[in-house]
Design a protein around this ligand. Sequence first.
Ligand code: 5AD
Ligand code: SF4
Length: 470
Amino acid sequence: MHLPDYREARTRDKRKYNRVHFSLDQNIEKKYVGKTYFVKTYGCQMNEHDSENICAMLEALGFSKATRYVDADLVLLNTCSIRENAHNKAFGMLGRLKHLKGEKKDLLIGLCGCMAQEKSVVDEILKDYKFVDFVFGTHNLYQLPTIIDRAVEEQKQQIEVFSREGDLVEGYPVIRSNSYKAFVNIIYGCDKFCTYCIVPYTRGRERSRKKEDILKEVEMLIQDGYKEVTLLGQNVNAYGKDLYEDYNMGDLLEDIAKLEIPRIRFMTSHPWDFTDKMIEVIGKYPNIMPSVHLPVQSGSSRILKLMGRRYTRESYLELFHKIKETVPGVCISTDIIVGFPGETEEDFQETLSLVEECRYDNAFTFIFSKREGTPACRLEDQTPLEEKEERLQRLNDVVNQYFLENNKKLEGTTLKVLVEGTSLKKNMYYGYSETNKLINFTSEKELFCGDIVDVEIESAKTWSLDGKCV
Ligand code: 5AD
Ligand code: SF4
C-alpha cells in the first residue's frame, strides 16, 4: 500500500527522471475477455486524455466498453479535485456504486485521477468506502493493469498512490474518443503554486515530453487523417524549460505548425510564461488557431498577489493587448475566480472593469473553493457565500453581454468550421470555428465529421452562432 502525502508532493528538485516505455505484463493480456468496463471522467482535458489511455489499457486486459455503468463489471472514476463540487460529484457517484455493488457482488470499483492524490480522500476511502476495490494516482497510471489484476486475485482493497512523480511514461496505448481531433500531452505537472490551486500537489512538478516524441505523435495523427491537435499541459508555456537550454513553447509550436496539420490548439497558458516568440509564431502560422485561453483570475493586483499569480493587472493587460494586436482576429478566453479570501467589493469592481476592457470571447467563472493543503485554504475568508454568489451573477451578466456583442460582429462573415456532428434536425450540422466558437449550420450537401467547410454566419447568440454552409 502507498498513501499520498502533500508534504512530499510539494517538494521540487532537479532530480533526473527516467523515460520509460509502457509495457503490459503478458500474463494478464486479454485475461478479462468477456468482462465490461465503464470509465466516468471528471475535470479537464488532461483527465479526458488520461481516460483515453485508461480505456486502451482496459481493452488490452480484455475488457470491452459498456454503454451504461449499471451494466459494467468494472466501473472506474477518473476524478478531479479542482473545486469542491467536483469532489462531491465523485463521492455522490461512489454512493450509487455502493448501492449497485449490493446487487452485483462481483462488481469492481476503482478510483483514480487527482482526488486519489489527496490524503484526506484516501483516508475516507480506507475508513468508509471499503467497497472500493482499488485506488491509484496520477503518477502511476501505468500500473493500472497490475493493480486491477491484484485486486481480483487477492480480493483485497488496493491503495497505490505515489506522492511524487516518477518516470515519464511514453508509448501508452490509446483509444481516442474522436477520429479527427486529438489531445497530445506536451508537459505534465505545474510548478507555479498559485495559492488557491491543488494541481501542483496532484500532478507533480513540470516535466516536458521530448520534442521528438511529440512531433512523432503529431505526424502519426496526420497520417491517420486527424485534422486538429490540442497540445495539453497544466501550463503549456513552461514547455521545454526542464529539458532544453534553448527550445521552448514558441519553438515547439513552430515545429508542429510546419508539419501542416490543419488545426493546432493549446491549453492552458499561464500569462507569466507567455513569450513574444509564442505570440509571433501564433500570428505567423495560419494553422495555429487564433484562439488563446489566458486565465486572469482577478482584475485586482492586490488579489493577484495574494493568489501568487506573478503578474499585475497592468502586466496582464499589456500582454492581452500585445496578443490582440499581433494575432489577426484572435479570440481570447479566460478563467475568473470571485470571492478569493479577502476580496473586497473594490477588488471585485476591478475585475469587472478589467472584463469591460478585455471584452472576452469566452470566460469560465468560479466561486473560490477551499482546497485542503493549499495556502489560500488557511487565509481568513470573511465574505459570506450569498455575497460571493451575487458577485458571480453580476460578473456573469457582464461577460455574457460581451460574448453576444462579439458574436454579433460575426454576422454576415464567412468562417471556417470543422464539422463535428449532426443535429437532430435534417441537414443541420455543428462544429467549431478557428476561434473556437460553436457554430450550428445547415448544408445542402452531405457533410462528414472532420470536414472543414465555409459557413456564412446568419445570426448570433450568446454561446453559439447560426449559419449556412456555402
Ligand atoms: N477555487 C475556484 N476555482 C479554482 N480554479 C482553480 N482552483 C480553484 C479554486 N480553489 C479555477 C481557476 C483555474 C480553473 C481551471 O479553475 O480559474 O484557471
Ligand atoms: Fe481537475 Fe486540475 Fe486534476 Fe484537471 S489537473 S483533473 S482540472 S484537479
